[in-house]
Structures are given as C-alpha cells and as structure tokens.
Design a protein. Structure first.
Length: 166
C-alpha cells in the first residue's frame, strides 16, 4: 500500500509561497528547513496530504510551476511558448540568421513578452519557428548569453536574465 506523503508550503506574510516541497515525515523536514536562511521569512506552514509519493510529487511540480515560490530551484520557472509568435521565416535571410534570430528574441525580452526568469524554448523549437537549422538557433541563444540577456541553468536550459540598468 502506498505511503501517504505531505505536500507542504512555507508562506510569507502576504501569502506568497517561499518554498514548496514534499515529505513523508513533516516533523523531520521542518527541522531540516529550520536551518535555511529563508526560514525566518516564513509566516505560516501549510500541509496538504496525498495518498502516494507519486501523487505528491506530481502535485509539487504543478504547485511550483503555478505559484513560483521564491526559494525553490527545481521546476521554478515559467515556460515561454512559441504558439502565438508571428516571426518571419529566416530561411532566405541575407544577414546572418543567428544574428537575426537573436535580435527577434532580444526584442521579446526587452518588451517583456518573455519575462525575467522564464525558460526559453529550446533550439529545435526556435529553429522550427523561423525555418532555420537548430545549430543556428543555438548560436543565436549563445549571442544572447554573451550579451547577458539570458543565462544557462545546467540541466534545465536557458532563462531570461534580470537586466540591470546602468
């Protein structure tokens, strides 16, 4: 029989989640979190029980993606989708295609249509959106890394970086 598992949330004064996790032993997990620097920011602790670890794990991922808690690292990002993008085809571009794609992505970032902290589509999805090769799309992403518009989280992908005004 599957073991019940807790999905828990540490919440700030305003109700925003600071951290979301799962555990089979709430008391032990709370003790472990009591040593985290963010622990003092928590105003409340909420527990939601699930019938199995698998159910709790799936609920945890959904909660993190929907609520974007301040201190979670895994799954804590929104995804940028290309569904409603109206980019031109770059298949017959005269300038370097990587430069043109990087420019299209830079505009999305600067206008806020691609928000800070959101995960970029992968090179294959970007390439398909503008009719170019995925290696060229990867070069475009690297141009944005070099220009400090995006950064790489190893194992997760590329994300929109917070821009600092000079």
């Amino acid at each position: 029989m599957p073991e019940r598992t807790a999905l828990y949330r540490y919440l700030a004064d305003d109700g925003h989640p600071l951290y979301i996790g799962i555990t089979g032993n709430v008391k032990e997990r709370r003790e472990a979190h009591s040593h985290q620097p963010w622990h003092r920011e928590a105003a409340s602790f909420v527990v939601e029980w699930h019938d199995s670890a698998a159910d709790a794990a799936a609920a945890e991922i959904r909660a993190i993606k929907a609520e974007l808690p301040t201190y979670n690292r895994a799954h804590n990002f929104g995804d940028i989708t290309l569904d409603d993008m109206a980019w031109p085809s770059l298949a017959k571009a005269h300038r370097t295609k990587a430069i043109q794609l990087a420019e299209l992505m830079r505009i999305e970032i600067e206008t806020g249509r691609w928000p800070v902290g959101h995960k970029l589509p992968g090179p294959r999805a970007l390439a398909a959106a503008v009719d170019i090769g995925w290696c060229t799309a990867r070069q475009a992403i690297e141009k944005l890394v070099d220009a400090r518009y995006v950064y790489l989280r190893r194992g997760f992908g590329h994300f929109v970086r917070q821009r600092r005004l000079l």
